[in-house]
Design a binder for this molecule. Structure first.
Ligand code: ACO
Length: 310
C-alpha cells in the first residue's frame, strides 16, 4: 500500500494588486519586483474574507475532486501562520462548515513549509492504519500581517489557499520519501514582531533557501532510490523565481517541468505549494505515474521536501 494525493483544489481572492499599484504606496518599481522576484501581481483578500473562508473553498474543491464525502474525512490538518484566531483553529472552523462530522482537526504551524509538515503528518496516520482519509489545507492571509510601508516585504506576499486529500493508493504510488528539517537559530531572520508584522532579513533568507531547496530536492530523490533523471515535475515553494530556478537547475529539469504561479500570486506562504500543485494538475502538466518533487522552506526556519509518484 502507498499513501498519496487523490484530490486537489485551490482558491485565491478576486482582488488583483499589480506591481504598478504598489509603486503608489512604497518606493519601488514594477521592473525591480519582476527582475528580483518574478512577481507581477498578487491576490489580496477583502477585510471580511478570512483564512477559514479561503481554506473552506479550496477544501470543498479538493473533496469533490477526490470523489469522497466530507463525512469520510478522519483528520483535517490546516497549515497556516495567519489563522482567523489562535483558537478555535481554522481546521475546526472548516470541519464544521464542510460537515466533516467524523474528523479530528488541528492547525499546523511551520510557516511556508507548513503544507509539507501537514502532508507528512497526515501520511503517518494513514500508514499507521489509524485513519483512511486526511484533508490537508495550506492557507494564509499574509496581507493581514504585512507592513504595507515596508518595501522589503510587502511586494512579495499574497493571500490564498490550496488543499489536498490524502488516502491509501496502490503500491508503488504516492509518497516515496520525505525530508523535514528545522533550524531555530535562523528564526531571527523571518518572524512576526510585537506589532504583528512579518519581518524578514531578505538576504539571509535568500542564502538559506537557495542552498536548502536544491539540497532537499536531491535528498528526497536519493532517499527514494531514484536519480535526478527520473524526476518529471517540480513543485517548489513560490517565494522568489531565482530560488525556484536554483532547485530546478540542480535537478536538471526543463523550465516547463516546474510549477510556476509566483507571477500571478506572489508568495502565499503555506498555500503556495498546494496552489501550484492544484493548478499544475488543472493544466494537465502532471500525468499518471510521474515522479514529482514538492519542496518548500519557511520561517522557523523550517524546510520540507517530498518525492512522490502520481
Ligand atoms: N523595491 C526597490 N528596492 C528594494 C525593494 C523594493 N521592493 N526591496 C528592497 N529593495 C532594495 C534594498 O533596500 C536594497 O537596497 P540597499 O542596497 O540600498 O540596501 C536593494 O534593493 C537590494 O537588496 P537585496 O537584498 O540585495 O536584493 P535582492 O536581490 O536580494 O532581493 C529579495 C531582495 C527579493 C527580498 C530577496 O532577498 C529574497 O527573495 N529573499 C528571500 C525572501 C523569501 O524567500 N522569503 C520567504 C519567506 S516570506 C514568508 O515566509 C511568508
Amino acid at each position: 500500500m502507498g499513501v498519496g494525493i487523490i484530490g486537489t483544489g485551490h482558491y485565491a481572492p478576486d482582488n488583483i494588486v499589480t506591481n504598478k499599484d504598489l509603486e503608489k504606496i512604497v518606493d519601488t518599481t514594477d521592473e525591480w519586483i519582476r527582475t528580483r522576484t518574478g512577481i507581477e501581481e498578487r491576490r489580496i483578500a477583502k477585510d471580511d474574507e478570512n483564512s477559514s473562508d479561503m481554506a473552506f473553498i479550496a477544501a470543498e474543491i479538493a473533496i469533490a475532486d477526490a470523489g469522497i464525502s466530507a463525512e469520510e474525512i478522519d483528520l483535517i490538518l490546516v497549515a497556516t501562520v495567519t489563522p482567523d484566531t489562535p483558537f478555535p483553529s481554522v481546521a475546526c472552523m472548516i470541519q464544521d462548515r464542510l460537515g466533516a462530522t467524523n474528523a479530528a482537526a488541528m492547525d499546523v504551524g511551520a510557516a511556508c513549509a507548513g503544507f509539507m509538515y501537514a502532508l507528512i503528518t497526515g501520511q503517518q496516520f494513514i500508514e499507521a492504519k489509524a485513519y483512511k482519509k486526511v484533508l490537508i489545507v495550506g492557507v494564509d492571509k499574509l496581507s493581514k500581517i504585512t507592513d504595507w510601508t515596508d518595501r522589503n516585504t510587502c511586494v512579495l506576499l499574497g493571500d490564498g489557499a490550496g488543499a489536498a486529500v490524502l488516502s491509501e493508493v496502490s503500491e508503488g504510488k504516492g509518497i516515496l520519501s520525505f525530508e523535514l528539517g528545522s533550524n531555530g537559530a535562523g528564526g531571527k531572520d523571518l518572524y512576526q514582531d510585537e506589532k504583528g508584522h512579518l519581518i524578514m532579513n531578505g538576504r539571509e533568507v535568500f542564502k538559506f533557501a537557495v542552498r536548502q531547496m536544491p539540497e532537499s530536492s536531491v535528498n528526497v530523490i536519493e532517499k527514494a532510490g531514484l536519480s535526478k533523471e527520473d524526476v518529471d515535475y517540480l513543485v517548489p515553494h513560490q517565494a522568489n523565481i531565482r530560488i525556484m530556478e536554483a532547485a530546478r537547475q540542480r535537478l536538471g529539469i526543463a523550465e516547463d517541468k516546474m510549477a510556476k504561479t509566483i507571477q500571478h500570486f506572489g508568495n502565499n506562504s503555506s498555500a503556495s505549494i498546494p496552489i501550484a500543485l492544484s493548478e499544475s494538475i488543472q493544466k494537465g502538466k502532471i500525468k499518471d505515474g510521474d515522479v514529482i518533487v514538492l519542496v518548500g522552506f519557511g520561517g522557523g526556519l523550517t524546510w520540507g521536501a517530498v518525492a512522490l509518484r502520481w
